[in-house]
Design a protein. Sequence first.
Length: 82
Amino acid sequence: MKRRSKLAHTQVRLVVYDYRGRNREELAKELKVSAETLKSYWRRVHKKLNCQHYANRREAVRAWVAAVLRAEIEGDEACTAP
């Protein structure tokens, strides 16, 4: 799969697990990090996706994941994520 964003591998795992419905506790356990580290990861993700000021950042991140997946399925090279 072609890399479509500036997110680090761990950040991609984080947003994909969240997209699949994992809660914050499950995310921390899956990634083997503390709650504080997880918060730091999320801050970086929000900043990289330019959605740190959105009222509902979680929905903004999920919309980004859906767009990347849609572009991958459709093979749309012109559609790249931030």
